[in-house]
Design a protein around this ligand. Structure first.
Ligand code: ADP
Length: 409
């Protein structure tokens, strides 16, 4: 009898890219990581790094024409094969797919069957940029290994516990229901992982703690998590709502859209592009990388300073709002590229909030580390923490748990 398979391949399929990680769930170790970008172009690029065996840690790159997602996955499969990690290996237990929009139906990861595929397809009108790419990734993987369990892990799932008064927009209810207009929230896999890790850092059970999570990457969102359940989050029907992001405006008066149409003569597509791709930090100062903004501020650049100030002001408003939503806050946690690395952002976000319990210790905040850590002073009322996110590990764990459960049934 052979041992049960323990490997999980995690796939994050975008419209022209695929990111992947192969994990061994016995110890949650990475066996290989990589990405394919510019799919459909002559100069598509595959970057693959095995993390086990002879070539461990040595990056391999290929630049060639990669026609479509099927060709991309085939190329990935070849690279894995070279490392003795081929996708036809009996050790592969499942493939876990990141799926951006699961609507209201998917509050848990789901074993993919025709019904699940049809539901993801039905959600395309509310997630036109993401769900089609996710579907392509799933179908391609199914064609490659039709016998293998495939699991969809939804970015929206963690937020399905939001009470209706938090997920409703105050608009005509019949119109909202007909078009499935409501707040869904995103980055859920990260908010779930980080809020659980934060409870562990405090030595408490997730059911006992109230946490505000600030996921600050290029996309950014905040969530209020009470006793392990999400009760509010800043992204809405789409990832455009909420915090100021790298290229997205976040909260804005919707009448700006009417004004741009009526007065500036912009089409809806142009406005969509303006708010999603040319706003936020890049819109305000021309850069969306917080490292570059920090450098410019150091040189006295006023526009970079303004972008930083707008970003921080919005963050503070959400910290205050979620303090009110939760009533009692045990921890405020920073995660993702900016949250994990930008000490000045963390410092500025809580500056002046001492009276409502938030403070960072300057020395602790300055430490660079990739382990979860508390950066507030010992006597602080609220623990302020930095907890690196790991969405791929969370997807792999949820996938493996579901497949394991299916096997024991
Ligand atoms: P996403 O997954 O949303 O693309 P990440 O979570 O990887 O984004 O975050 C990317 C962002 O993190 C970059 O745009 C950059 O602004 C920020 N970042 C990364 N490293 C640092 C650093 N050392 N200091 C400040 N900001 C950083």
């Amino acid at each position: 009898m052979t041992a049960d398979p323990t490997r999980v391949l995690v796939l994050n399929s975008g419209s022209s890219s695929v990111k992947y990680q192969l994990l061994d769930m016995r110890d949650a170790s990475r066996l290989a990581i990589g990405l394919v970008e510019r799919i459909g172009e002559d100069s598509a690029r595959l970057v693959h790094t095995p993390l086990t065996g002879e070539g461990a840690g040595t990056k391999r790159e290929r630049t060639e024409r990669i026609e479509d997602h099927a060709a991309a996955l085939k190329a990935v499969s070849q690279e894995l094969e070279r490392d003795g990690l081929g996708l036809d290996s009996p050790e592969l237990a499942a493939i876990g797919h990141r799926v951006v929009h699961g609507g209201l139906k998917f509050s848990e990861p789901s074993l993919i069957d025709d019904e699940v595929l049809a539901e993801i397809e039905r959600l395309v009108p509310v997630a036109p940029l993401h769900n089609p790419a996710n579907l392509t990734g799933i179908r391609t993987a199914q064609a490659l290994r039709p016998d293998l369990p495939q699991v969809a892990v939804f970015d929206t799932a963690f937020h399905t516990t939001m009470p209706e008064y938090a997920s409703r927009y105050a608009i005509d209810i019949a119109t909202a229901d007909e078009h499935r207009i409501r707040r869904y929230g995103f980055h859920g896999t990260s908010h779930a992982y980080v809020s659980r890790k934060t409870a562990a850092l405090l030595g408490r059970d997730p059911s006992e703690v109230n946490v505000i999570v600030l996921h600050l990457g290029n996309g950014a969102s905040a969530s209020a998590v009470a006793g392990g359940r999400c009760v509010d989050t800043s992204m809405g029907m789409t990832p455009l709502e909420g915090l100021v992001m790298g290229t997205r405006s976040g909260d804005i008066d919707p009448a700006v859209v009417f004004h741009l149409g009526r007065v500036a003569g912009m089409s809806l597509d142009e406005t969509d592009e303006l708010l999603n791709k040319k706003s936020g930090l890049i819109g305000l100062c021309g850069d969306n990388d917080m490292r570059e903004i920090g450098r410019r501020i150091g040189e006295g650049d006023e526009r970079a300073q303004l972008a930083f100030d707008v970003y921080i002001h919005r963050l503070k408003k959400y910290i205050g709002a979620y303090t009110a939503v939760l009533g009692r806050v045990d921890a405020l946690v920073f995660t993702a590229g900016v949250g994990e690395n930008a000490a000045p952002v963390r410092e500025a976000a809580v500056a002046g909030l001492e009276t409502i319990g938030f403070a960072v210790d300057a020395e602790r905040n300055a430490v660079r580390s990739d382990v979860p850590r508390i950066i507030s002073p010992d006597d602080a009322r609220v623990a302020v923490a930095v907890v690196p996110t790991d969405e791929e590990l969370e997807i792999a764990q949820q996938t493996f748990a579901l497949v394991g459960d299916a096997r024991t049934v």
